[in-house]
Design a protein around this ligand. Structure first.
Ligand SMILES: Cc1cc2nc3c(=O)[nH]c(=O)nc-3n(C[C@H](O)[C@H](O)[C@H](O)COP(=O)(O)O)c2cc1C
Length: 140
């Protein structure tokens, strides 16, 4: 199975989480790479069976949360026929960030299997847990 982890990151947390996910996917026998929304690897994306998309939580901390740079996420290439999972990193509260991100990725044509919020002080543990949940649904 081939996977791509696409991340939207401002201060590096979501990028770090994407890196931990790639390490975990590779250790589970999945071919995986990470790329930023600003430098999508189109060939890897075309070859991918599984696409993981992550963003950071942008809002007023206790309300108004949304995936950061949703406009850029909604312009990702079409993902028709691919399984997808989403994640967000956050500090305090995610509100409806994950649901909004799921909607954006579903609109790109992907079959979204679920999502997980990863707290910024638990990036590695959260990323490993997320990959294990995803691989529990999508067979390697
Ligand atoms: C402008 C701004 C708004 C934010 N709003 C929220 C928020 O509403 N809720 C929350 O839990 N975290 C919020 N955060 C924290 C980030 O979502 C968190 O630090 C995230 O891990 C950053 O990811 P990055 O390092 O990949 O950019 C906000 C951060 C910034 C810079």
């Amino acid at each position: 199975m081939n996977a791509v982890v696409i991340y939207e990151s401002l201060t590096g947390n979501t990028e770090k989480a994407a890196g931990f996910m790639v390490d975990e996917l590779v250790s589970q026998g999945v071919s995986a790479i990470a790329c930023s929304t600003t430098m999508v690897n189109y060939q890897a994306l075309a070859d991918a069976d599984l696409v993981i998309v992550g963003s950071w939580t942008d809002g007023l901390f206790l309300f108004g949360q949304k995936p950061a740079n949703a406009g850029r996420l909604s312009q990702l290439p079409f993902l028709t026929g691919k399984k997808a999972a989403v994640f967000c990193t956050y500090a305090i509260e995610t509100g409806k960030t994950l649901e909004k991100l799921e909607d954006i990725i579903r609109d790109r044509g992907a079959d979204v299997i679920g999502g997980m919020a990863i707290r910024r002080n638990k990036l590695q543990e959260g990323s490993i847990e997320f990959v294990s949940r995803v691989l529990g649904v999508v067979s390697v």
